[in-house]
Design a protein around this ligand. Sequence first.
Ligand code: MN
Length: 338
Amino acid sequence: MMSTDIFDIPMELLARIEAAHNILCISHVNADGDAYGSVLGMMWMLRGLGKRACAAMPDPVLPDFSFLPGAGEIVGPDGTADDYDLIIGLDMSSADRMGDVYDAERFANIPLVVIDHHITNTHFGVVNWVEPRCAATAQMLVILNDRLGIETDAHLAECLLTGIVTDTLCFRTSNTTPEVLESAMCMQRAGAHLAEIVRRTLNRMPFSTLRLWSAVLAGAHLDQGVTWVTVSREQLGQAGHEGDDSRLSSILSSVNEADMSAIFTEKLGANGRPAVECSFRAKPGFNVGELAFQLGGGGHAPASGCTLAGSLAEVVGRIVPMLIAERRRQVETCRPAF
Ligand SMILES: [Mn+2]
């Protein structure tokens, strides 16, 4: 028995799951490990209850996650049916994250319930179980599985541990509570291969990424407690990459001499004009959330971002001094907590 009584699962969610027979599970565009892990984990849980269940996602399955049990069964927008009696949306803070896979017209009469851990969730279902204290939607499903009394087989365990491992960057994020570790432990005991999941999801990259990072990091700057890099469209083109990589942010934010870090990635704006995607990180005790918000973006104290019009040189020239000033203000006005 897990010590997860602090989490309340809505009775209506349990009742709707128990009453349903044919269920569609959906997760989000630009899927990550928690999206795959939770949509497939939910599918296996429902099958464990003797129900029909289908997993659907807006985009084709990424090769990195094809190792997950059931990944080959994930359907796209064209693969869904009409006769579901319940739809479960997983790991999504808003309805638009379902992309084309949620056909509002076809599914108009099918109840949609939401299971998600994002604090920004818009509660777009008829029942919404939103638990920001959980580090991953997959962690919520471990708790749900326990509450439903389903035996955890190795398939299910593999999917749910993958969601937990990827969303916590292998138990390194600040929201890795004892409850997270307990859920992960239960999944490992049930047959999930932790080291293999880490190797397949976190500890791998194509050579092109290594080349991109080596070019980008060769141009790293450090000034008054702020470190930053720029990623040009030319560099992205050579590497054949989209660019936005949280692992590069993690490398920058681990620099001893810096309290704040930034990655400036050159993009082509919607109107063909140059634009720059800014991704900010702050050490504990510092805050980059407010700056991003002022610039029209969003995020939290430790991680935030925004997209600004202008060339790489223009945006860097404008934003770096703001970061330096913001860091200095925060050093002077408040002592960092850690
Ligand atoms: Mn998640």
